[in-house]
Design a protein around this ligand. Structure first.
Ligand SMILES: O=C(O)[C@H](O)COP(=O)(O)O
Length: 331
């Protein structure tokens, strides 16, 4: 088993049997997934070593056409989409199946969230989506504490009329200095059924490595009384299409803090991965991944290495301008 340091070096992805791992000419690690006659590198999946930010364009996604979104694409607009898997939780640390059990971050998870925040501190964020689970919410909040714009992330309470009313802000100026944080159960981790709370290693010893791998990574085989990735994707991707894409279309910059499997299903949708390819997709805790949404297309930008990394900002004029503005404001 790879050490946590090695896993970190491999950035957001490690590859399982269908792929190969090699170093490219620039000495950066690249993971490849063989798909029929195609060989798609992890870089092309946007899942690259932290120092590598080469981009690729994905075919247009199906945009929600319904006028109810009321979202008219901005003419030359582009928006940032940041995806972050929560930092290490207390049950990640104990190697327990967690699923929808609501456990907090470990101190290491807190550090990972802060580190993730530093890596995206120059990227604009207008609205944050998290699951309804505390580990994703802690990650979103801790990451935003690092943002140079210093807006205040505020959880939107729409669970009842009273909660909505009691959490109103009565200053337009204060509202402008805040970022709404929308929590949605649809972005929760896949429900792990009767595996929740069991130790992953002990479960593999008891049921066999292959069986446990099938429960954990196959696309359509659910663990006992739990959700398969396909079932998780049904709710997570539907939410992404209905609620989040209209925001991007309207020019809003979005961050999503969620979970290994809810994010795998969203990446599967964005990158048009097949159910075979998604088996090899692994996300590390606390590694942000950036996409640029432009003219109906998602452009993968990999994982920003740090606030001063040139690639991300050189790549789009808007990001460069945003960063310059921050430099001007906070020097
Ligand atoms: O729910 C869990 O146990 C983890 O967050 C994800 O588990 P996995 O690596 O088995 O998908």
């Amino acid at each position: 088993m790879a050490s946590s340091t090695t896993q970190h070096v491999l950035s957001s992805i490690k590859l399982l049997p269908t792929g190969c791992f090699h170093h490219d000419r620039r000495n950066s690690c690249v993971l490849s997934v063989s798909v029929g006659r195609r060989c798609r590198s992890a870089r092309n999946l946007g899942l690259v070593c932290a120092s590598n930010t080469q981009s690729s364009v994905i075919e247009p996604v199906q945009l929600p056409g319904s006028p109810k979104s009321g979202a008219t694409p901005k003419k030359s607009g582009e928006s940032a989409l940041i995806l972050i898997r929560h930092g290490e939780s207390l049950w990640n640390e104990k190697n327990l199946f967690t699923g929808c059990v609501d456990v907090p971050l470990t101190p290491k998870g807190v550090d990972e969230a802060i580190e993730a925040g530093k890596r995206i501190c120059n990227i604009p964020v207008d609205v944050i989506y998290t699951s309804s689970l505390i580990r994703a919410q802690m990650t979103a909040m801790l990451a935003m504490m690092q943002h140079r714009r210093k807006k205040v992330p505020i959880i939107v309470h729409n669970e009842s009329e009273q909660a909505h009313k009691w959490s109103q802000i009565y200053s337009e100026e204060t509202k402008k200095q805040s970022i709404p944080v929308i929590t949605a159960w649809q972005l929760n981790e896949r429900m792990y059924g009767e595996l929740q709370g069991l130790n992953k290693q002990e479960t593999a010893d008891r049921f066999g490595k292959e069986q446990v791998h099938e429960w954990r990574r196959s696309y359509d085989i659910p663990p006992p009384n739990g959700e398969s990735l396909e079932m998780c994707a049904e709710r997570a991707v539907a939410y992404f299409k209905d609620q989040i894409i209209p925001k991007l279309v309207a020019g809003k910059h979005v961050m999503i803090a969620a979970h290994g499997n809810s994010l795998r299903s969203i990446i599967m949708h964005l990158d048009k991965l097949t159910s075979q390819e998604v088996i090899s997709l692994e996300l590390s805790t606390g590694i942000p991944m950036l996409y640029i949404f432009k003219e109906g297309k998602f452009i993968r930008r990999g994982s920003p290495a740090g606030p001063s990394e040139a690639g991300v900002y050189a790549y789009t004029k808007n990001l460069a301008q945003y960063r310059q503005k921050l430099d001007g404001m906070f020097q």
